[in-house]
Design a protein around this ligand. Sequence first.
Ligand SMILES: [Zn+2]
Length: 146
Amino acid sequence: MAEHSKAYSIFRYKCPHCHEGEFFVDRNPYHLSTVGDVLERCPVCERRYTPEPGFYYGGMYVAYALAVATCTTIYVATIVLWPSASTGATTALVLGGLIMAAPWLYAISKTLWANIFMGYKGVAPTEKERLQALERAAQREPVIRS
Ligand SMILES: [Zn+2]
């Protein structure tokens, strides 16, 4: 996987901005108490992971699409590899596979959603980010009136 590709950030759970910092509180999606908990900022480049409140609700659409793709894949694989399977066995395989994959799909849906809206910028602040920081600092300066 190429280091600065979106696939690297998505599947290795890395910062969508710099591809170096961790994205989740816990890297293992099967630790169910922390699955999908996104850090507030990247520990390496310090850019925010949540541009607005509720940003990751959109990831539900991605999770739904991934779940449908998983179910379809398991269903087709069952029909091809085990043509004599009963409807009950096929249903059990599809549901079992979906339940087993659910934590991973949930984590991937969040990194995928973040990578749709955030692009690679590298670790150092970009020229635009430097100018925005200067503007913010200038707005905070107290105005001296004579
Ligand atoms: Zn970063």
